[in-house]
Design a protein around this ligand. Structure first.
Ligand SMILES: Cc1ncc(COP(=O)(O)O)c(C=O)c1O
Length: 410
């Protein structure tokens, strides 16, 4: 079992801070970071915030910490280091990736996007239509927000070059079946771009197991600093034109990155892995296994705990006649994240969110840039939906506070 008290000791926001009074349920918008992340960031800023990879002690140290972060990120997701690009956000990384892919397509080619995704993995691909590329939409079920794999089969053809979808929607919360999507895409020779932003806080990405060509996620939602990770299969990356400065084309870190890296924020990601390791050593005695294996074991504890919390919330929402729940009404560890969206039928969602805030219960309210998904569900994207999103540091006691405040509000 996950020792949640031990977990929470790592986060200053739960201890010596005015924020400690809040029950926080907007983790899908951005998670808290443990002390270890702030410590790496503080040290970098106060001791060696200089141009890295030079000859001074400060510059060497700065470069070493960045290198260490690149290699730990790669290890975490079971990738090779040359497959990792770190940019400012997933939206920006996706946009850059789209520029690269676009150069390889021709008029008459087709790409598939969903209407379930965050706009980051839709808009940049939809723009391809300006170049005569056909964009097909894989549509959700308007009742429950789910994608049906059978529908994808009817959309692909020998013209399909790309299938873009999410490992987990930030509104619906279902873990989509990436292997099934990849199989269909591979059969017609198409590439697969998977948005992993709402997946990565809950499950360890294993790029060899998930079988996509590109997986992107945001580290500010995985307990770190505000960055985006673009993983691309090395062989596929090589087929795309470089997007960075021409003289960096052979440098895998900067090939797909037209911007300068955010040095301190990259170095501070080491704090995320220190945190995972601290949890590992607290819960497990076995010493062998690399970062990826250790993280998988820790995340297995997360999944069990999060599923338990999710089902407390789902049990309440499912039985409430004044609520329309989106997505699965029961969570299993491998089919649903603890990202739970719903609308209230008798009271505006904004009023409910405000009422909860008065009780120091923080819940999301809006469209979360999944505008197409929310509208396809027949819900106005303004003001959108309520979203209670939990991660491993949430507690049962917090959930009880949420449900009590919900009872009053609804
Ligand atoms: C599922 C999903 N994809 C993409 C994004 C965009 O990520 P970023 O803010 O790093 O651009 C978000 C952000 O909320 C998201 O939830």
């Amino acid at each position: 079992m996950l020792d949640v008290d031990f977990v929470r000791q790592h986060f200053p926001c739960f201890n010596d801070s005015p924020t400690a009074r809040w029950a926080f349920f907007e983790n899908a918008g951005g998670s808290y970071a443990p002390q270890s992340v702030s410590s790496w960031l503080y040290r970098f800023f106060t001791e060696y915030k200089v141009q890295p990879y030079g000859f001074s002690d400060m510059s060497i140290r700065a470069g070493e910490e960045m290198d260490m972060a690149y290699s730990r990120i790669a290890e975490w997701i079971n990738a090779r280091e040359e497959e990792i690009t770190l940019g400012p956000s997933t939206t920006m990384n996706m946009y850059v990736l789209a520029q690269a892919v676009r150069a390889t397509l021709a008029e008459g080619d087709e790409v598939i996007v969903t209407n379930q995704d965050h706009e980051a993995n839709i808009g940049c691909w939809r723009r391809f239509s300006e170049a005569g590329i056909k964009v097909r939409e894989w549509k959700i079920d308007p009742g429950n927000g789910e994608l049906d794999i059978a529908d994808l089969r009817t959309l692909v053809s020998d013209k399909t070059r790309l299938v873009c979808f999410s490992l987990c929607s930030n509104v619906v919360g279902t873990f989509n079946d990436v292997r099934a999507v990849s199989k269909i895409a591979r059969d017609v020779g198409a590439l697969v771009v998977a948005d992993g932003v709402s997946y990565a806080p809950h499950k360890v990405i294993d790029v060899t197991e998930l079988d996509a060509d590109f997986i992107l996620f945001s580290t500010y939602k995985t307990f770190g600093t505000h960055l985006g990770v673009l993983w691309g299969d090395a062989d596929v990356l090589r087929t795309l034109p470089a997007q960075g400065h021409y003289f960096n084309a052979a440098n895998p870190r900067y090939r797909m990155n037209p911007t300068g890296p955010l040095h301190a924020e990259i170095a501070a990601l080491n704090g995320v892995f220190d945190y995972f390791d601290s949890l590992y050593h607290h819960h497990f005695t076995e010493k062998k296994g690399g970062l990826h294996e250790r993280a998988k074991k820790v995340f297995k504890l997360f999944a069990k705990h999060e599923t338990d919390l999710a089902n407390l919330v789902l049990d309440y929402l499912r039985d409430n006649p004044r609520v329309r729940l989106i997505g699965k009404d029961r969570a299993g560890e491998s089919d649903r994240a603890a990202t739970i969206s719903f609308v209230t039928t008798d009271r505006s969602v904004v009023e409910v969110a405000k009422h909860l805030a008065q009780k120091q219960v923080a819940i999301g309210c809006g469209n979360f840039y999944a505008v197409r998904c929310i509208e396809a569900l027949g819900i106005p994207s303004e003001p959108g939906v309520l979203r209670a999103s939990m991660v491993h540091y949430n507690t049962r006691e917090e959930v009880h506070r949420l449900l009590q405040a919900m009872n009053e509000a609804v």
